[in-house]
Design a binder for this molecule. Structure first.
Ligand code: UD1
Length: 344
């Protein structure tokens, strides 16, 4: 018997697709909506190959309230939403701030407004460690200060958290779990789904794996003069499957009437790792060399940030489990699969 029907917005994207798999494997019915602006409908086939179940798929944008209304009408009985649908490129958001505010905030508001009338109990929101800015103290807890956002993208995450908080404080009869992700990396071990950025990758791992396979000449490590042990930036890299499982836990809490109406959790490993350490670990884990050079610092980068995941460990009952070497091997397996398929 199904444990519930979950709407996954942005469900053909990187985190959304992995979460759809974990939800289905945990006994939930999944409805995906995605406007395919940064993903492909083929991802639904990948989810089906892994799980043996084909989730319902709707092509459309939740930034349009009529699309959301039609979705709820055609898929009655949705118990909870996981909202991944959003524009997410930090650099692009600086160039096109209005697009980011309009898209990311309209999607959230449309969903929030239509939840209660359609009997939807709760929403999981994808927030980010970006809300902590450059922290004074690491690791950061959920109580660490929220710093002024360094990009419109980051600001949409801060504003979204406030919108949800205000809506619930006003008496909106819904619940929310806000997850602040650190740096998600890796792929499903089957290599049926993974991260597929459009054009030149902005994030570290896709650039690294594309360099390892020879699509890019070399990886630029942005800055080696930071105040860190080896001079490169430090992040908390979280395995995509572990991250996806955090969403299943969050849905369980939303559907449990005894939990608070709103909760916020850091989703990270608790280990800070430098860019250089990450490159070294990739080379050791895969036996593949990654040509790299040190380049100038990237504008807007934070020197170091990693999570204190104690609250998620103790309250959500979730813990990062996958060893980093395994995660990096999965990322590499996915890059090799893309080549086999002639996609890249
Ligand atoms: C950023 C955002 C995060 C967002 C994520 C998604 C901030 C502080 N963080 O993470 O909220 O969810 O993007 O896009 O805005 N690096 C290189 N060479 C490269 C690429 C990256 O050295 O070619 C380094 C970066 O300098 C950084 C680390 O690798 O130190 C990770 O970078 P990246 O993968 O882009 O993620 P963040 O910038 O940490």
């Amino acid at each position: 018997m199904s444990k519930g029907k979950i709407l996954v917005t942005g469900g053909t994207g990187y985190i959304g697709s992995h979460t759809a798999v974990e939800l289905i494997n945990s006994g939930y019915d999944v409805v995906i909506i995605d406007d395919l602006s940064n993903s492909s409908a083929d991802v639904v086939d990948g989810i089906e190959r892994i799980t043996g179940v084909r989730p319902a798929f709707v092509e459309g944008s939740c930034a349009n309230p009529h699309v959301v209304a039609k979705l709820f009408a055609e898929h009655p009985g949705i118990n909870a939403i996981i909202n991944f649908a959003a524009s997410k490129a930090v650099g692009e958001s600086v160039k096109k701030p209005l697009l980011y505010y309009r898209n990311n905030l309209n999607i959230l508001i449309n969903l929030l407004e239509q939840m209660a009338p359609n009997g939807v109990k709760g929403i999981v929101f994808s927030s980010s460690c970006t809300v902590y800015g450059e922290p004074d103290i690491n690791p950061v807890t959920e109580q660490s200060p929220i710093k002024k956002a360094t990009s419109p993208y980051g600001n949409t995450k801060q504003i979204a958290e406030e919108i949800i908080t205000d809506a619930i404080a006003s008496g909106e009869p819904i619940k929310s779990v806000i997850l602040r992700y650190f740096n998600p990396i890796g792929s499903h071990p089957s290599a049926e789904i993974g991260e597929l950025p459009n054009g030149v990758p902005q994030n570290l791992i896709p650039y690294l794996t594309q360099t390892a396979i020879g699509l890019r000449e070399k990886l630029s490590i942005f800055g080696n003069d930071y105040n860190t042990p080896d001079g490169t930036c430090i992040r908390d890299y979280i395995d995509i499957i572990d991250l996806a499982r955090a969403h299943v836990k969050a849905v369980e809490r939303l559907l449990d009437p005894s939990t608070p109406q709103i909760e916020i959790f850091n989703i990270g490993t608790g280990n800070g790792l430098s860019v250089k350490q990450l490159v070294d670990t990739f080379e050791e884990a895969t036996g593949v060399k990654v040509p790299h050079v040190y380049a100038d610092r990237r504008q807007g980068d934070i020197e170091q940030v990693w999570a204190d995941p104690a609250l998620a460990n103790n309250v959500l009952g979730w813990k990062a489990e996958t060893p980093l070497a395994e995660t990096l091997k999965n990322a590499w397996r996915w890059q090799l699969r893309l080549r086999e398929r002639g996609i890249m």
